[in-house]
Design a protein around this ligand. Structure first.
Ligand code: 6CS
Length: 313
């Protein structure tokens, strides 16, 4: 039996490390009855394409990051609300791997779209890479800022003062090179692997967001699995929670060193608490506008997650 697993990144990136380890464990635990085939970014299309393929059952597992899932599972955009996640990534790991708000609540929104939510994990603090210094919202004036395709990100970056543009990531390097865009945001391992640092001059840590991703499977496929297989998948998830957390920590640390080595004149800026407060203030209405747009129990989900992340206002 073959299970196809498509992800949104390049070979060796965090999602690929996860998929590789998933493959190894599943094949080991099923004595080879299941063989997992991994598809990296682009092999089956963009981020949005692989979600469609999973929902349709052509692919059994895929990464579906909240940053790209907003038009398909609108509720998941809560993870795009600026400053929702903790500054302590251990807290984020714990919530993302086990929160009842996610696994008993949000998972229902996935099911209604033909997807079974398998897991969530953090991939690192998102860092702005820009061609000019940005320390306050006014500095974003006229800056064409690339965001992922979820609508909430457009609103968030507008609130920060930028001019946001939504694109799949495959278009970001050339967009920066030709100045179709001036800036983008991603965890540092990805800034290195996709080489965005080559075409920007500043790495700015604003503490506003952690990159989060989900792994989903096709809902009918999952429902049709034996209890034994479902238990096996739960075991694999638990093992991978620790594995991927450590892997992303290491990947992000090593990447910053390599960027500085490859481009010694790159400027690294860490906004201080007061500077961050200005961006927090500018974006404080984003949660409410998401609640307006998505409706349902979005307010309750947002409140519950703020409590769990320890970021209640
Ligand atoms: O910026 C993006 O769109 C991509 N960034 C990461 C870290 N993973 C995949 C995603 O599509």
């Amino acid at each position: 039996e073959e299970w196809k697993f498509a992800h949104e990144e390049s070979p060796g990136d965090v999602q690929d490390l996860y998929a590789q380890e998933f493959k190894r464990l599943v094949e080991e635990k099923t004595d080879g009855d299941v063989s997992v085939t991994i598809y990296t970014y682009g092999q089956l299309g963009t981020e949005n394409d692989i979600t469609e393929l999973t929902s349709a059952g052509a692919v059994q597992f895929s990464n579906a990051s909240p940053g790209h899932l907003g038009t398909f599972v609108p509720e998941i955009q809560v993870f795009g609300v600026p400053y929702l996640l903790s500054q302590d990534n251990e807290v984020n790991k714990k919530v993302l791997s086990g929160s009842p708000t996610i696994y008993d609540g949000l998972s229902k929104d996935f099911e209604s779209k033909g997807l079974k939510l398998y897991t969530m994990y953090p991939e690192g603090e998102m860092v702005w890479t820009t061609k000019k210094e940005v320390e306050k919202p006014a500095d974003f004036d006229g800056v064409k800022f690339r965001v992922m395709t979820s609508p909430i990100l457009i609103e968030s970056y507008k609130s920060f003062g930028a001019d946001p543009v939504a694109l799949p990531w495959g278009e970001v390097y050339s967009g920066l090179q030709t100045s179709v865009i001036d800036a983008q945001v991603n965890p540092i391992f990805f800034v290195e692997s996709a080489k965005f640092y080559e075409v920007t001059d500043y790495l700015i840590y604003a503490g506003q967001q952690q990159y989060t991703t989900t792994v989903v499977s096709n809902a009918d496929f999952y429902a049709g699995l034996s209890d034994e297989r479902k238990e096996m998948l739960a075991e694999v998830k638990a093992e991978l929670d620790d594995f991927i957390y450590d892997a992303q920590t290491k990947a992000n640390e090593a990447a910053l060193d390599r960027i500085k080595e490859a481009k010694p004149d790159i400027k690294v800026i860490r906004l201080d608490d007061e500077q961050r407060a200005a961006f927090k203030e500018a974006s404080k209405g984003i949660g409410a506008s998401l609640v307006d747009e998505v409706g349902g129990d979005t307010q309750e989900v947002l409140d519950a997650l703020r409590k769990e992340f320890g970021t209640a206002m």
